[in-house]
Design a protein around this ligand. Structure first.
Ligand code: 5GP
Ligand code: MN
Length: 355
């Protein structure tokens, strides 16, 4: 039995909101991942089948590796189709906010949405949602926003509109936000949701391979290089640090998404229970953290890296050089483990020659 965890009053209000409008915009966070894209595209597809004019608007492009998700090509990308994105948001009578908890997570889309009086509906599983939404469906204990979209559809009696296309989108989000059903997936109801998705005859093997096990040759080589030459282990702290600077990324023809699962890899090593990855992007250092068990990386990202996320998967940004970001990492070690004194290790690849 899949329980109705969203209270009935919320479902009633959502039903009334949807019934009362025709034009609906659906947004997700920047650098959209499988869950952000899967949840927005599934909801969009169902709303269209319901007869609504629905559109997905994202702050920036989907990574190439996720272009296989059904409907991705229809997305209105703010950084690419700015005028159209502005028009769709201005014309929308209802705005869905999926897989983010704060308008800051959607960059300039947030500035666009904030002054609008259009009603906003949050469907999300991040901790501590902002009080910026007219209706909030926030369950940090949920595996994914895709799980929540399924539950919303179920409780609204709309599962009959979840066809193969929508089910495929939801499957991708469930799959990617649980690392291929490896974590955040202990709720038995998830497998009942999965059963319902499977009944739509999705091409599960193809979706799995595309979502979890497809990398370009450059990406494979970049990941191999990062693990072989850049992974620093701090066994006493249970920690791993990987950094990649611009020159290293360029050497491997880096494309967005190429380092997507890299931060998880060190967690395979016995005794390593948290992992930090620092990547030098054009205008900032992108921080990604993963952990196992009770060790929360969302606190670390919130406190040190202007970010947040989930207990075991979080991220943030650092304004400064990659070396400065590494110093912040050492500060985290010192603050969390005051009795252990790590040896500073070389951070750039050219230092390897000195070893
Ligand atoms: P990733 O490491 O894959 O970029 O992100 C992991 C998790 O942390 C995701 O759930 C994502 O929403 C969250 N996250 C990533 N970057 C940021 C950020 O800059 N700010 C906040 N608040 N959360 C982030
Ligand atoms: Mn998510």
């Amino acid at each position: 039995m899949i329980q109705a965890i969203i209270d009935e009053a919320t479902i009633q209000r959502l039903r009334a909101m949807i019934n009362g409008v025709q034009r609906i915009a659906i947004t997700c966070h920047k650098s959209p991942d499988g869950d952000a894209l899967g949840s927005t595209l599934a909801l969009c597809h169902v709303l269209r089948r319901l007869g609504k004019e629905a559109d997905v608007v994202t702050p920036d492009m989907a990574p190439r590796a996720l272009e296989f998700i059904p409907g991705v090509r229809d997305i209105i990308v703010f950084t690419k189709h700015e005028a159209r994105a502005r028009r769709v948001l201005a014309d929308a009578q209802l705005i869905f906010c999926l897989d983010y908890n704060s308008l800051h997570r959607i960059d300039r889309l947030g500035e666009l949405i904030e002054p609008l009086t259009t009603r906003r509906v949050l469907i999300d599983h991040h901790l501590d949602p902002e009080d910026a939404f007219d209706l909030s469906i926030s369950f940090p204990e949920a595996s994914s926003t895709c799980e929540l979209v399924f539950r919303v559809l179920m409780q609204m009696g709309l599962l009959r509109l979840m066809d193969r296309h929508a089910a495929s989108c939801l499957y991708v989000g469930l799959l990617t936000d649980t690392g291929g059903f490896a974590y955040s997936c202990d709720n038995p109801e998830l497998y009942e949701i999965l059963a319902s998705i499977m009944r739509r005859h999705i091409d599960r093997v193809a979706l799995y391979n595309k979502a979890m096990n497809t990398f370009s040759a450059d990406s494979m080589r970049l990941q191999g290089y990062a693990i072989n030459e850049k992974m620093q282990l701090f066994p006493e702290h249970g920690a791993s640090l990987i950094t990649l600077d611009k020159a290293e990324l360029e050497r491997f023809n880096y494309n967005r998404g190429d380092t997507e699962t890299l931060v998880n890899k060190p967690l395979a090593i016995p005794g390593i229970y948290w992992s930090v990855f620092l990547r030098e992007d054009a205008d900032r250092i992108k921080v990604s953290c993963r952990s196992q068990g009770d060790f929360s990386v969302s606190d670390i990202c919130a406190r040190y890296f202007n970010g947040g996320g989930h207990e075991n998967a979080a991220g943030g940004e650092f304004n400064g050089s990659i070396d400065e970001a590494v110093q912040v990492f050492y500060q985290v070690l010192a603050d969390l483990f005051p009795d252990i004194h790590p040896q500073q290790q070389p951070t750039t690849n050219d230092n390897n020659e000195e070893q």
